[in-house]
Write a protein that binds this ligand. Sequence first.
Ligand code: ZN
Length: 412
Amino acid sequence: MKRTPLDAWIAAKTNHTDLAAYQSEKLRETVEWARTRSKFYRGRLPPITGLGDLKWLPFTTANDIRRDPFQLVCVSQDDIHRVVTLDTTGTTGSPKRLYFTREDQELTIDFFHVGMSTFTDPGDRVLILLPGQTPGSVGDLLATALERLGAIPFKYGAVDDPAAVADVIRRESINVVVGVPVHLLVLARTQPAFKLKSVLFATDHVPDPIRETVTRTWGCEAYDHYGMTEMGLGGGVECEARRGYHLREADLLFEIIDPQTELRLPDGEYGEIVFTTLTRRGMPLIRYRTGDYGRFIPGACPCGTSLKTLERVARRLKGQIPLGNGYITIGELDRMLFSVENVVNAVVVASAVTHDGLTIAVQVVGDIPAALEAIRAALTLPDGVKVEITPVDEIKLTMAKRVIADLGVIID
Ligand SMILES: [Zn+2]
């Protein structure tokens, strides 16, 4: 088994010194940079001596970014090279904006270059099924990274027409694909007739049946990665052991906290994933609460690295919806729904008022009555839940993360 390429990359970035000592110095520098240059962090952050002081620092939340994102910026407007505007669904109704300098984006490209080399070789032909037309967008940065690696990138965008994507794969002799899990499931179920070397799932949780369908259909290896725009897109990627992500530990400092007490948890315990940027200049984030639920896997990775392993992230902290006499997450529902061979896509809506109803719109291939019966048999739900399953011709593919939509929920 090949050791994660992140290992040598991080060793070089840290000049082969002790990682914790390097992180400690970078943390001190970042706090100093943020507290002297951003309106938001000025007055909030005391000067610190290093890692030992991290636990005293206040958290940064998504709402802090929504409220007035430019207050977090540490450079002049002229030095901002890319602005990313995210969702407008926050409680304040304003979108999150993230600001990056050219150097910040270079850090992302560098990570993509090294991370992709886990399963991509020079000469490989890589289809990017993510938005990539805008300079500095995720697909664009990934294409730049792949060129550095000596691979040949093809920017396509999100999957629109599976048959058209399959045509590109055959015509361009594509052997590596990067895309959204459910988009790749639609492609695998409807366009099974080609082979790939490897696949990278991006932007959302990966239900086991999707991973299994993709690897079996195209005879490829499948890798997960973890990231969000706030992290500078990339956060970590799996090694050949494929049991969770190794992280960009020279650029990002991760913690797991108890979301209630806000105290740090030891490796192995589940809690909220929190990170601090160590090398970003435009808009550094100190102890940013991701809202993702996860844990570090204790012990060494079989690949031989001394880097930590973050277990595959399966859900959001608030992703547990009360239903019947229990709870359900979109990850659990996806695992049941996509285990049915005929299911291509599904949209799940729960009744948030009475907590006893679940409506599922499904796109299936083949015999519809048989598929509906198989779905009913696959669903194990809390007692007292009424389920309505409706077959639909097509569910439009989007870049949005999969969620259980709430029906009648009161937004405060
Ligand atoms: Zn590993």
